[in-house]
Ligand binder design. Sequence first.
Ligand code: PBG
Length: 331
Amino acid sequence: MQEESSHTPIMRLSRLRQHDSLRRLVRETILTTNDLVMPLFVKAGIDTKREIAAMPGQYQLPLNALKEEAKQIYKLGIPAIILFGIPDNKDQHGSDSYNSDGIIQRAINEIKSAVPDLMIISDICLCEYTDHGHCGVMDEDQNVDNDKTLTLLQKQVISHARAGSDVMAPSGMMDGMVAAIRDALDMSGFSRIPILSYAAKYASSFYGPFRDAAEGAPRFGDRRSYQMDIANGREAFREVALDIEEGADMIMVKPALSYLDVIARIRDAYPEIPLAAYSVSGEYTMTKVAAQQGLIDEKAIVMEQLTSIKRAGADFILTYFAKDVAQWLGQ
Ligand code: PBG
């Protein structure tokens, strides 16, 4: 005879965790190679690739190495790259950024002629091209002149579009930049080129190693007068709302790991807009250096980081680990 149980049965959530196949069946978030964008640095005037001291395992590439690199990335199944240029000459207005023979314009040509189906995302900003290292042109009081900068960003997008870039990603956090760029593209016959706006970009110390990689640290001051305050979450909604209204096709949160709350809240508020997250240089370097010291399991940690970014709500992730992840997923 069976006795009737007098206690409430324990709700055993662990039942579904007993076997790998069962865990696979109920897994909510799957990271794939389709979710990855690989950032690349291209430097003018060098013949061989140079390792970036602050980002072990990442390189400043010469123009002549780009075809091979792009082929390899595309073969791994990664759909897109984002390009950063380090020009020979920097000046007050960042003029190399819109020169049809500039480093990035030549890089885009080079890659497109070899691997036309690999999407090229252009980082649209002046900071790598100005001698003072700020993201826009300065006025007499050494403040960024937002509206003058917009005119230069318009020139920059048109030159990138002419060179063959597929997606424009304005990253300078200038007010009105998305509208200005949309307008310039539409007026020049590039109405089909989408915009990925760095909508919620924080004034973060996690960009430190990138400034070494792209040789673009501000010579004076900092970027807190145009990038977002790290303490603000609600403000991100205003940035995103405005950028969508101005015509952004996709939006980005940057950095990623310390801003998962921002990613999740934006995902909830805008379920329909494609959302990217940039796992930035500082996130890469902290992980890479610890892994090189044998202190953490690199593959496990990177997969956990990227899965978490996706679980928070990102559709795709810009990460310096893109090639490694594509290799791990393909094994
Ligand atoms: C601006 C830009 C930066 C990064 C991407 N685009 C630097 C900055 O705003 O200071 C940082 C990316 C990274 O840290 O990996 N052109």
